[in-house]
Design a protein around this ligand. Sequence first.
Ligand code: MRU
Length: 338
Amino acid sequence: MLETVRWLDGKVRILDQSRLPQTESYLEISAFPALIDSIKELKVRGAPALGIAGAYGVCLGLAEEQHRSIADFKLSATEAVTQLCATRPTAVNLGTGAKHVLKTVLESEGKSSDAFCKALKSADDFLEDDLSRCAAISKLGAPLMPSDGSVLTHCNTGGLATGGIGTALGVIIEAHKNNPRLHVYVDETRPLLQGARLTTWELARAGVKHTLITDSAAGHVMAAKKVKCVIVGADRIAANGDTANKVGTYGLAVLCEKHRIPFYVAAPFTTVDLGTSCGEEIIIEERSMSELSDRFSTSPVPIGTEVYNPAFDVTPASLITAIITERGISKGPTFNFA
Ligand code: MRU
């Protein structure tokens, strides 16, 4: 099992995903601003893993505050949560993890140092729970995978993106245990190549056969009847089932409808945001234009080209065949999580 994020000797230890697949190296982060930067730079990424980073992030922000009064300690915790939530606004789990720890802190009385121990314990619990959530999702979703043929996935939703086996990729890896012939088409996932760099790496480690395609080849492979279903993760699921996930997901769902291919979303219930009624309310993170224009030593883009770089898009619930959470499989085309 990958140790994507954990607390170690007073630091947050993360597997630096920005260096994969070339280098498997860990960062031991001892300062809150450095953790904020590592989240912004996608050194730790994927909604559930961000939730865990958020939970430990609050602890990191409080580590130096233990000498303060409990009232000031609580104020610092609230401030840490606000800063963490602002780093990546679409991934609801980041706030869920951070607020999980905040709740523990706000309920604490007595010495700040005792409140800190409780905060750390609640972050550890959040990580453990994510591990169990992933295992449940994977087992529930596995029977939906084809017994023969290929499944297509987008972005990275495996152990790197979670505290456990993964969500959508966890389903695939679990299904592969009973069906070693299962094959996966992996979308490259422009512009940061989470599919090409990370999902291929994880599938190779798990011994699952896979083929990398460009995002724009998905329609072609579906038209050629090479894909039996598509399964993706989620960054935020609205109460009506509208789902924000890595940009490109919506296009895949439209293609699935056209080609009558099931389109599945797998996510822990921590990704369901009951405070958001529909997809239009979801804030879409916009990332730097340099992710498109300055990615190579020689820029492939004429200087001054305007760039729009949304990190996510929203798939309407009506295009989703089923949403798999640890609580069960909800079948579409309408959902009501509220
Ligand atoms: O920008 P990223 O790499 O954090 O985006 C990740 C995704 O879009 C994943 O599909 C989602 O967070 C689910 S991870 C289990």
